[in-house]
Design a protein around this ligand. Sequence first.
Ligand code: HEM
Ligand SMILES: [Cu+2]
Length: 666
Amino acid sequence: MLGRLTIDALPFYSWVAMGGALVTVLIVLLTALVVTWAGKWRYLWEEWLTSVDHKRIGVMYIMLALVMLVRGFIDAIMMRAQQAIALNNEGYLPPEHFEQIFTSHGTIMVFFMAMPFLTGLINIVVPQQLGARDVAFPFMNSVSLWLTAAGAGLVGISLVLGKFSTAGWTGYPPYSGIGFSPGVGVDYWIWALLVSGVGSTMTGINFITTILRCRAPGMKLMQMPLFVWTTLCTSILMAFAFPALTVVAALLGLDRTVGMHFFTNELGGNMMNFANLIWIWGHPEVYILILPAFGVFSEVTAVFSRKRLFGYRSLVYATMAIGLLSFTVWLHHFFTMGSSPNVNAIFGIATMIIAVPTGVKIFDWLFTMVRGRIAFHPAMLFTIGFIITFVIGGITGVLLAIPPVDYQMHNTTFLVAHFHNMLIPGALFGYFAGTQFWFPKVFGFRLNEFWGKMVFSCWLIGFYLAFMPLYALGLLGMTRRLEQYTHPDWQPFLLVAFAGACVVLVGVFSVFMQFYVSIKNRNEHRDLTGDPWNGRTLEWATSSPAAPYNFAVIPEVNSVDAFWEMKKKGEAYDFPDQYEPIIMPANTAAGVLIGLCGFLVGFAFVWYLWWLAILAMVSAMAVVIVRSCNDHGEEIITPEAIMAIESKRKAQLISVEGLSARGAPA
Ligand code: HEM
Ligand SMILES: [Cu+2]
């Protein structure tokens, strides 16, 4: 009945692990208690958990990302603390625990911090930039969210029941096979990826369709905002790359659970197939993470330089080129595995070619700033910090793309420094910039700028302190994933890296402090216009926060900076005398339930609870069938209701001084 699940699943093996389990359980209980105490379960369920509104789904994605950012960061600082002290001693983490930590850190940061963060921003912004009322498949959107959350839940529960994988975030066999990793850890990893990977694939399909089918009338492809373009590219990558991950994780699961031999080096298996498959997903994945951030930087640069984006077309072509090229370079992750020199050379050159479109983008952003009136808003600071730091990471990437150099640097901390150097500025800074930029659109007030600058400075300075020493350590020969060492020369660098992580800790704290201070003083920073930064694209045409239907009347678009043109022509704030009824999708519990089933399926397979696995799969099917038979999936918003909302908005606009210059009703 209980499969592999016994009392030994509790983490009695170490005090640190026990502490982690207790803290996890306490946080969950405390959250439940607070919600109960505030009497908010019903509100939470009806307004949020069952919502299919893309804006709310976006907010929930980002909340998940922030929680997981904290979790991933705790892992990171624990590793930095361990390496800072573990010269000629065991430090405070036993080896097996350290291994779980780097695996969960990598897995969480990529799948459950970065992915939900970017998906959240896309959800909030893209439909509004397109002049649409929702995404193409709102219900599927909710399913994607809850499957992602289910995957995160599996990683979370591994803290309490059983252990997490020790095989690193890429889980290479043979080590991740049942022979070397007999426990439940790798199974947790596999199922977290399988469940959330399905969600990401569906997100990709959803946004490709949304962008191709739901644009405002008149909006040509070459008139879409850049963030929409990068989203399109990322979505295509999601739809085509994630299936490879799903396949490779499922095959590894079959190897482990039913004794197949896809990757075993015996009975015809070959672990190289694993390396190929996972990186056929993995390299596009880094562009999935980075391209939306490029989109944010493009929007932010134009708005805060008070200029049209320089080289719009070249940015679009560069984005598409990067997307395409990203599928042609995966082998650079295993140059050392013995392909022929020619094969290595081809993949090395393909890798270097990606630097060209990326360089084009960097120059476009710089030229947008030239002679602009730059406002040093935190979003802009992140953009500038990104440009400078990312170029350094790019250069070290080109170095690693040279196969003989890679033979030296492979699996050293030089590599660790390189990919953090790409992902922290290239992905995370973009998400932070997007948060600073679009927060008022979602909540109706601006974020406190002082704390925004704190977030920026701590993350920037902390990043340099934490990762520049790792470049040096890599050159000194320190391999990655080391839980102790005997080389006294390394320790000073590792102490600096630890200090850097501590500075980032202040940065993480500042993220939440900024929310707290901004919410407390929200009345001083209200955004009554819906357009706090004098924006250029359509999302600023809606009110802040936008009405459930975004646009009472769908705008007509015939230029790149659609909203900017509307303001210039004095048409930005026109109100019609009458409204048509609007049909919106109704909330549904099906998404949450499918997510729950996904979680249970994963949990059941991890612990060999076959009855639960079957039960959960059948339930998921049942929910899908019931939902498909439901003819009441829609709600009609009446013209009167729209009139009420829009009249309030009109009154609000009239109350804002100086807006008439932008074409507002006088
Ligand atoms: C400032 C915050 C961060 C710090 C201090 C940090 C620190 C670390 C450390 C110490 C390691 C282990 C290095 C080793 O193997 O010796 C690591 C690995 C890793 N980190 Fe981070 N990290 C941070 C942020 C991030 C972010 C934002 C991402 C992704 C978006 C990320 C992704 C990864 C990945 C994929 C690994 C590899 C895990 C593995 O070896 O299996 N990290 N990080
Ligand atoms: Cu790569």
